[in-house]
Design a protein around this ligand. Sequence first.
Ligand code: UD1
Ligand code: MG
Length: 452
Amino acid sequence: MTSTPVSAVILAAGKGTRMKSALPKVLHAVGGRPMVLHVLDAVARIGAARSVVVIGPDMEGDVAPAVAPALTAIQHAQAGTADAVKAARDEMAGVSGTVLILYGDTPLITPATLSAMVAAREAGGHAVVVLGFRPEDPGPYGRLVTEDGGLSQIIEAKDASPTQLEIGLCNSGVMAVDGAILFDLLDRVGNDNAKGEYYLTDIVGLARQSQRSCGIVEADADELMGVNDRADLAVAESVFQSRRRAAAMAAGVTLRDPSSVYFSWDTELGSDVTVEPHVVFGPGVSVADGAEIRAYSHLEGAEVGVGAQVGPFARLRPGAKLGAKSRVGNFVEVKNAILGEGAKANHLTYLGDAEIGAGANIGAGTITCNYDGFLKSKTIIGKGAFIGSNSALVAPVRIGAGAIVGAGSTITRDVAEDALGVERSEQVEVPRAAARFREKKAAEKAKQKKQE
Ligand code: UD1
Ligand code: MG
């Protein structure tokens, strides 16, 4: 946390044409969450009181609701990065302390880097602190020109001299600016440059002209990568995944083959959780201490209890809540269903819209028939009940505690506590019928062969 207030302006008005998408670029997801929300989260984590996202006029219907409660400001024509920040003038009225300026398509920036920038600005009394980095190929980036250890100017690649182009330290675009003078500086930015745009980067030179100093904080290039197309999006995703895998292991999770496990931004794993290879965590999953997620399982919107076992090849969908020490085995799908402590569904089963009591045993091939084509209905299974294999439980239906459902039953009526519910036709036995059948068929086949 810093000592003066922090607020943020996040630029997101760019159309992102290279994404070739109907979805605005900043809403494309990394780790299951829109990129711009990663940026807002980083800013919130360092205690920013106010965040304004600058959007294009056509983004009111999608980007604005996605970033709420953050405010949005509209930049009507894309006249450059300085013009974009100016669009947030009303929403930033009365701002003091430090204003962070970030890009909505740079999702990997960390709170630690942002607080280092704010701290550097405050400690040095700087007008502007710019986040610099050294990309492998500085190509199109603005170059940071230094003088006496301070930052004197940012020169855009298109406006740079050959000597300036040799500078390896580049502008990431992220800045921490003294809120008291930000809009004064922006009002003085002109557009007499190679692109004919209002460059935000010009505020560095302008601040220096007003006898204010500027500084640089450097960060890793990984953190600052901007996403411009789908290939960049995949790179950002892989950086995000590597970070999450490392964080999980550091927090006491065993990953047998880290590179094959995929997390969402909000995946929560307790300590001594083991995750086998090829597991995907969609959004909204929490796994409690000591649970085991076996290979090839897919989980989303699910809670896995202490010491529970999931998979291999299990699918947990939203609303799946597995109690402590419960088990969901291979080819079992669970949706909007609660399994009590120690309940087991080990094979080939669908449990949807159900409540399953502690210690109940759900046999192989059990289906809760929860949907009649119009409405969903609930199946309630009492604790300690035993559902025989290949049973269809037609909801709404209740199986009492301790009851047994005979294998192969289609259960349409409630079964009372400790009762046996069975729904099958009487078994018929015809002595020697199988043998007679075989003899008859063998004779027919022999006759046919002779005629050929
Ligand atoms: C900018 C910097 C450059 C830096 C680079 C880092 C300026 C003048 N240049 O260049 O020094 O090295 O970023 O990636 O700032 N945007 C708007 N409205 C606009 C223009 C841009 O919202 O009118 C947004 C874009 O959506 C994008 C961001 O601002 O997220 C950066 O814009 P972009 O045009 O990519 O700037 P660069 O030319 O890459
Ligand atoms: Mg760019």
